[in-house]
Write a protein that binds this ligand. Structure first.
Ligand SMILES: [Zn+2]
Length: 423
């Protein structure tokens, strides 16, 4: 089965819906030209010009896919030193363990079955599958693959393409489970990857993917999750359209907490598999929320502008009053937020990061704010600390308070507010 639409998206401007090919695209928000959010700069690179690309978020009026309309070359986005490592946060390790257990138990995956994770990062998710007696294999293009291999999770350091899928089948047999947490939103080679997943899976095998959920982005005013790596933000409706074109049946779908609101979709290879109630329930929720109508998106754009105005006002007022205003944590989304808001190092002199972070010593793209060890927070006790990883505000604020931070903790979104947490 080959869909009539080419899902391998060429680099550059995109004129048609990335899933259904429709021309009926409507602009939701224009975030301006922005640098790649994870291309943090060394001190030496600050002396060189910096690339920026258009960052506009649109929706398809036909299949309701949220999407940006400019594709940056994957090898530029995922350079080999790409600094994201999933095992770093405790919450994520726990979350990944739960994810693997749910998949194995609910789909009755037999021990010793092959599980392949695409975009496997440091192998955290596969560690969970391995603990349940599965054979595991990771595919990860960046140098983080070495960390996984060193930890005993066999990982191929390559981009996942159809040919690699066939090689894996030759060497290891077909997989019972193929997972892709979040990578599925990233790929320009969507057709190539989906064909590869189909080749890799047994008939009836399960493809599990996790994607930023359009519903939560819109409902939660999470405009900061829009960046060049996130080519697509799926509604359930749009991912069903896509996977059906490749001969999959979406059999289950659920909302999960990762990154402040993701959608986990289980699709069985082949047509006519029984579909769980969750699918219909979630589609009804999308309809009821207004995900297929314009007014929800108009509200989203207005809220983004209001939050920008409030954060900038707070930063400027702090500056005038002689108060210090800094950032904490440097997730990819902080780049979109600070570049869209136009907050530079004069308004925010540094971003504090945990000591294990690979981003320490580098500078935020675009605004060039230095990323420093968060030890500085406890020494300097700034007046305001903006929680740039605001989707994890609870564990982060708790930890900062426990370590003795007395600063006002600021949520930049969904609306700007100072957290009411005792110091
Ligand atoms: Zn579409």
């Amino acid at each position: 089965m080959a869909p009539s639409i080419d899902h391998d998206i060429p680099v550059g401007p995109i004129a048609r819906c990335q899933v259904c090919g429709s021309n009926d695209l409507e602009l939701i928000i224009d975030l301006g030209h922005q640098p790649l959010c994870d291309s943090l700069l060394t001190y030496e690179q600050l002396k060189e010009p910096e690339h920026t690309y258009p960052l506009r978020f649109l929706r398809c009026l036909k299949c309701s896919l949220g999407q940006i309309d400019y594709a940056v070359d994957g090898s530029t986005v995922y350079h080999r030193e790409y600094p994201y490592r999933s095992g770093v946060t405790k919450e994520l390790v726990e979350y990944q363990r739960e994810s693997s257990q749910t998949t194995v138990s609910e789909f009755a995956i037999e021990p010793n079955s092959l599980v392949v994770d695409i975009g496997s990062n440091d192998g955290t998710l596969l560690t969970g599958f391995k603990a349940q007696g599965m054979r595991t294999l990771g595919v990860e293009p960046t140098n983080i693959a070495k960390i996984a291999n060193d930890a005993g999770i066999e990982t191929i350091q390559k981009f996942f393409v159809e040919e690699l899928a066939r090689e894996i089948v030759q060497d290891h047999g077909q997989a019972s489970v193929v997972s892709s947490t979040n990578m599925f939103a990233h790929m320009t080679a969507l057709g190539e990857v989906t064909r590869g997943i189909r080749a890799l899976l047994k008939d009836g095998g399960i493809f599990v993917c996790e994607i930023h959920y359009l519903l939560e982005i819109i409902r939660g005013n999470q405009y900061d999750t829009i960046y060049h790596e996130h080519l697509r933000s799926y509604s359930l409706k749009s991912i069903i359209v896509l996977l059906e074109m490749y001969g999959f049946t979406v059999v289950d779908a659920r909302q999960v907490n990762r990154y402040g609101g993701s959608l986990r979709v289980y699709a069985a290879k082949g047509t006519g598999h029984p579909v769980g109630d969750s699918v219909g329930v979630l589609l009804a929720l999308e309809e009821e929320f207004g995900l297929y109508r314009r007014d929800a998106y108009d509200r989203f754009r207005e809220n983004a502008k209001i939050a920008r105005g409030s954060l900038v006002s707070m930063a400027i007022e702090a500056k005038i009053a002689g108060a210090s205003f800094v950032g904490n944590s440097c997730p990819g989304r902080s780049s979109t937020l600070l570049n869209y808001c136009g907050i530079d190092r004069e308004l925010m002199p540094y971003i504090a990061e945990q000591p294990a972070s690979l981003k320490l010593g580098l500078h935020l793209p675009g605004k060039h704010i230095p990323v420093v060890d968060n030890e500085i927070l406890f020494r300097e006790q700034p007046d305001y600390v903006v929680l740039l990883a605001w989707h994890y505000w609870e564990p982060i604020s708790k930890q900062l308070r426990e370590r003795g931070l007395q600063s006002k903790l600021v949520m930049p979104l969904p609306e700007v507010r100072v957290l009411d947490i005792e110091s």
